[in-house]
Design a protein around this ligand. Structure first.
Ligand code: MN
Length: 228
């Protein structure tokens, strides 16, 4: 097939214990999935069905590192999240079969232009420019489930310049990983290479140029970014 433009290779994330990379197809994110974060955002911490938004696949920043402070914001926020990497997909995946689709897990930061998001919410406009901007999805190397299993609990934390800002536990997730996968697969066909950000605990806040953000999840890994 002849194409009128060159096609770029898919972005790819390192895999712990392997020289092979995980190719990223799509990036999905869950809104409010920890009750205390739902409260701090002024929302209902109840068990309403999860809602989803997306980021472009090339917004991924494999392994973190230096990230330029994005344009059109004066209130960039961090959100540390467990990221699920899929090896298999499908539609209407039953909860009981969902973990069979998982390749592994990573630590991610759902970078958010909070001022744009607040403006969008107010006007009933889409979140895309608040959530899906360039380099908005730093992700640590992926730890395969074959090595670490499927975490149901464990500390999830984030620190800015050495000061802890977020600390929660995966057990606090309103919707667990298998439920998130099952719900999402009723809206779209999931496929190998998909990443799912599963929501953040409370303590989100602003970061500025020069800040060093370090975060981690017990048993999964750590990730560091520096805003430049
Ligand atoms: Mn988030």
């Amino acid at each position: 097939m002849e194409l009128v433009l060159p096609v770029s290779a898919p972005p790819a994330v390192p895999v712990r214990g392997s020289s092979a990379l995980f190719p990223v197809r799509r990036i999905y994110c869950v809104g409010r999935n920890y009750a205390d974060h739902a409260r701090e955002m002024g929302g209902d911490p109840g068990r309403e069905p999860p809602f989803f938004f997306g980021k472009p696949h090339d917004s991924v920043v494999p392994g973190g590192g230096d990230i330029p402070y994005p344009p059109r914001t004066s209130n960039l926020h961090y959100e540390v999240e467990l990221v699920v990497a899929l090896a298999k997909g499908g539609r209407d995946i039953p909860v009981a079969e969902a973990l069979g689709c998982v390749f592994g897990y990573a630590v991610g930061i759902d970078l958010t232009r909070r001022d744009l998001q607040a403006g969008s919410k107010e006007k009933g406009q889409p979140w895309d420019m608040a959530k899906g901007f360039d380099q908005s999805a730093p992700v640590s190397p992926i730890t395969p489930a074959s090595a670490a299993g499927h975490p149901e609990s464990g500390a999830i934390w984030l620190a800015v310049n050495g000061a802890e800002k977020q600390r929660g536990d995966l057990a606090q997730m309103t919707w667990r990983v298998p439920e998130v996968i099952a719900h999402l697969s009723t809206f779209v066909a999931l496929a190998p290479g998909d990443l799912i950000f599963t929501g953040t605990p409370s303590g989100v806040g602003p970061i500025v140029r020069g800040d060093r953000v370090r975060c981690g999840i017990e048993g999964i890994g750590e990730l560091e970014i520096v805003l430049v």
